[in-house]
Design a protein. Sequence first.
Lengths: 972, 266
Amino acid sequence: MHFPLSALSVLLALPAAVRAVFQDEVGHIDYHYELLGVPQRETTFFHRPRRQDKASLLYTLSDLGVLGAVNPSTSSVVWRQLLQGNITNGAGYLRAGEDATWVASAMGSSTQAWDAPTGRNLWSLDFDGRAKDLEIMELTESDHKDVLVLYEEEGATVARRIHGLQGHVVWEFRAVNGDIPLQVSTNVEKVFVISLHGSLLSYSLKVTVLDTLTGKRLDEINIGTKGEVQKPEDVMFVGANSAAPIVAWTDNALTKLKVNVLGNKNKQEFPLLADTRSVEIHAPHHIQSQPHFLVQSRTKTANKADVFHVDLKTNAVTKAYDLPLLDGESAFSTSTAGTNVYFTRVTPDEVIVTSSLSHGILGRWPLKGNDAKAGALHGVSEVIKKSENNYAVRSAIVTDTDDWVMIRNGEVAWTRPEGLTGAVAATWAEIPESEDLAKTLEAEAHSNPLEAYIHRVKRHVDDLQYLPDWLESIPGRLLSSIMGSEGSAKDSATLTRDSFGLNKLVVLVTKRGKLYGLDAGNNGRIVWSKSASETPSTLPWDVKSIHADDIKGLITVRGADGEFIIVKSDTGKTVETMGPGLWPPVQSVAVVDSAAGPWLLPIGIDGKIGEIPLAHAPKQTVVVRAGNELKGITFQPQGEQAVEVPAWVFSPSGKQKIVHIATRSPHDPIASVGRVLGDRSVLYKYLNPNTLVVAGIDEASSTMTLYLLDSVSGEVLTSSTHKGVDPNKDISCAITENWFACSFFGQYAVRDSETQSVKGYQLAITDLYESEVSNDRGPLGEALGEDAKFSPLDPIEQPTGPVIPSAVSKTFMLSGPITSLAVTQTRQGITSRQLLAFASGSHSITSIPRMVIDPRRVVGRDPTPAELEEGLSKYTPLVELDPRFMITHERDVIGIKEIITAPANLESTSLVFAYGVDVFGTRMTPSLPFDILGKGFNKVTLIGTVLALTAGVMALGPMVRKKQINMRWYSA
Amino acid sequence: MRVSISAAAALLSLLQPLASALATTAVTLAVPAQPALPNPNVLPPSTHATLATLYTTYSAPLSAANTFVFRNVTPGSYLADVHCATHAFAPLRVDVVASSAPEKLGLLSVQAWETFRGNDWDNKGEEAKEIALGGTPGSSLATAKAALPVRCLAPKQYFIERSSFSVTSILKNPMILLAMVSMGIFFLMPKMVENMDPEMRAEFEEQQKNNPMASLMGGGGQQAANPMGNFDMAAFLAGSSNKKDEGGPAAGAASDAGNGAGKRRK
């Protein structure tokens, strides 16, 4: 009975004003890019998920570790799984057997099989070590396909064959020899494990031949490479699953290609194009396909390809033909139909399909479409033979702009902006206002009256040309405003501010070094995108700070190696850029005020700042993090320079490690300094803008302490210790106004009664007040109150240290984990705030009303009428993450790293943007949309009602008049 | 299904030096068909379950057989949650403990109960008894013969209905109801009075005269048309009290607003 009761009381405690999303707002106020990440070369393919069905899906395991299936005709995601539960950096393996209804993936320590049409898991296995390769055994002794996985353990190479349907290990081969496992491959008869043998810089290739049935070692072949293979990446290709798998590598100067057909010792050499910069090999992955492969060599400006055939009997590799040298980038892809192998080449201008047998072109389509000129990096294709000489081809190409483009017979069918994934930083920016009018007005103000008058008349006459257009647009605007479709009516191609302040830009930086400008007011449309490759730092890009200067309309992005790029927020045009390594490395960046105006102060490693010119010396205390310490730094003039003077040092007590620091948003307006209680007395909020929350955790004893620090004095204002906090799960905090909240996983005995213990995801929230009692301002009151002893001439005699706030805390149990806490922001802070968080379990973003998690909720008794009036309800430990709290409603939003909010001009509205893997944005009205007519305001009904009433009055008027007249006459 | 020990398990074993700390077991949760969820195959593929306790979390995706298989689970008391976009599930407490039976020494046994969030961890609900999985031999779940059932609470409702314009909602408004009643009286009363036989009518009129409320109600039409029409201002100012004696002009006028039978004084 406990559960329904507590759930009921929580539901009752909810204010009537809990604001869920209306169905008709979906897609209107919110937008969502359902993304996978940039597909990787080896883990993307077309595959038919159902044997009897001809339709195929596009499967990929992206560079972020998202496995997904995309419908190739509509570009919609059919299903997706974040394999490791977290964003990973590349790697991972994905294969599908021909006609199999499942796909197999290997990543990290786990190997999994997934139902291809639905995305349900078939089996999952976890092993020691790390997966190095995965292949499908197409032909087995039974009627199903099996999976071969290669793992690298410490000093050991482990190959396993796993039952494809049941997911149990058929056999295991283990070799403890210190070799580096490279790949696993199979032809019909044997399994080959290829590893690197030897020492660094002079490896030889070792091919271990295994029996398919038992996994016993049959043979071992060493292939000398004469120091040409220096690291695992030097082995370019190990053909898998074809009738004659090969292994290929090049010499160090990229002049010769060496090919070995697995299972024998011979290696053959083929010359490469002069100035070749990179070589790529494409081969079919199916066992019945002809053993042909294509070698693409790229020079700086052009690329060509050679096609080779393998003779199955003699294992000889012969060159069949070559494809011409073409300028620019080309992406080659292989597709098979029965035994036929087709090579598709996507160049900047056209799509060309050739058969592997001859160089005759089967089909050629000129490329048309929006961004067809984007450089194709790699892709996959599906060639369909319609008739004898008629082919159709569709290719999914990854471009150098990180887009995933589907080209169907030369036409761009769709583009998925996969580059938006893996975002590491984002900021809101105002749309820069057009300065033309302001400039003209200024010019008029400063010239002599007559000239100004003539100028003004001219300007108005000029403006007349827009009058017909404007008049023409009136009926349309009127109609759309009545029908309530004002959002779609506006021209979506231009960036303009609106009076509600809903049109804002979001600038997003991804770890691949790309920058994006999104129009938040226009369903998150991508306004511009660009590569910050002028500052090619290490990948993934370690972005330390992003800052928007709304006055100048500039965005500054700073990386860890001192590199930075400044772009215009509305066009993405580079204003200034600096490569990595030229400036000292940066730990973080702070916006500081100085005599010369506000500027971005870079903070070096370990919080070192160094000397600063006097004019630029920060006026505030700068808080820096040095290892496990926080330092407050002020600046003192010393000659021409200002030198840093440590003001305070804070280190968490004991063995605690700082796991999270939450600071206030720069925009944190406070509308009311107090909280009015039921008896009309006021509890004054402790409002100190210089506070930050530090969460420190001792991993051994699993105790977490939350510190509220005064950033000017370094004083700990309040601290609370939580026992049994899991350091391995997310801990996230947020601070605003006079309260802060932290989420964590806790398991501990309840303090009140030691016999009781709790376990679960929790949220600790603390309110800060100036005093425990109402109508009291604490120590400040003595200075400010009516009986003020304080005067500027007679300061407080004995300062008793900092004003310590009175803290009221409660901990709530949540029904699921939440991370990335954030708080809504509104223009003046009148609207109540809501706590936003990513509910990582249910893949959604939740907004918890402040009222539900109010620390002043009464414990152990029902609230008195006065407390009810204040909005307090009885404390229940459980806060159910109600689906109606989810601002993402039914959308499946994965991998959110951070949520940022911004105020709109409307006081009721806060803009929300979340990024990580997916990109999601919406508008929120925590206190209901009190200053704007929503969609619920039906103008048609209103006008209809008024018209109906008018008609009624018109109809009844004569009747009543007639009756009155009759009455008078008849009565007389 | 004992495969090996993960790093997290190793860590746990260091912290909780149990006799059988190195042993691991598999825990299988299943979503059976139940009233709140008649067809578990409709669950989206993003559905997953987690086993959480201090320092350790296991996660398992939903399988094609509507199960969640956790492998290499070390001993401990876990909070099992099913995270699903479309349905809400009741949490479970899953205890993995070393078997006490001597013949199963070293093996782990798994027990599960319903648990109540925000309550004492030892406050266990009904035990979740293992159910046999009706998988055909050779199905993908040959490794798990039995599983712990999870209870689906309800489908999730993400949206709220917008209160829309409707005629019935307007008609339910008390103001409208009042207006309707007075309209009814206004239109129907004269007709009723007309249809009365003369005796009754006279009696009724008499009653009306004595009832000031009725005068207010019945006289709506005429008075509204000219409310000040027969108000004798001079008499009122003079404080004249002869109205009562005469039956009152207002009452008289109001009594038979409809039939206009010459009661008005000019």
